[in-house]
Design a protein around this ligand. Structure first.
Ligand code: THU
Length: 140
């Protein structure tokens, strides 16, 4: 039996809306309480409006009320790592968590989100003495 997280990411990739790049990406995030929330990339004819699979999955999970995450999976043709914008959002919402990358042949590699974004800008930079901002990832 395949890991439900990987299965969800593979299934979501099949739903990707990528008519302009034809580069389909599926993602899935596992919440602290074990729910799996999928996402796929959604492209626009105004190319810059495109949203990545990772941010669709995380946005959907937040909209369902989740704010703590255990792991992610990302499926693409070549098992690519997330783009820079997604690395920031993943760090903000998830903190340091394992991300399994899967390519079209099923080849897997697991990386840590913290290794993908060394020396991050995050909530700590925004903290003030009279207005503390808690870690929004819920992990530390
Ligand atoms: N894409 C993702 O969905 N996730 C990534 O981490 C990299 C890029 C999408 C955006 C666009 O629809 C297509 O892949 C090509 O850049």
């Amino acid at each position: 039996m395949m890991d439900p997280l990987l299965e969800a990411a593979i299934d979501a990739r099949g739903k990707a809306h990528a008519p302009y790049s034809n580069y389909k990406v599926g993602a899935a995030v596992e919440t602290e309480d074990g729910e799996v929330v999928p996402g796929c990339n959604v492209e626009s004819s105004s190319f810059g409006l495109t949203v990545c699979a990772e941010r669709v999955a995380l946005g959907a999970a937040v909209a369902r009320g989740h704010n703590s995450f255990k792991s992610m999976a990302i499926v693409s043709r070549d098992g690519a790592t997330p783009c820079g914008a997604c690395r920031q959002i993943i760090w903000d919402l998830c903190g340091n968590l394992p991300i399994t990358l899967i390519d079209e042949d099923g080849k897997r590699e697991t990386v840590m989100s913290g290794d993908l974004l060394p020396k991050p800008f995050d909530h700590r930079n925004l903290a003030a003495v009279d207005r503390p901002i808690e870690d929004p990832s819920g992990n530390s």
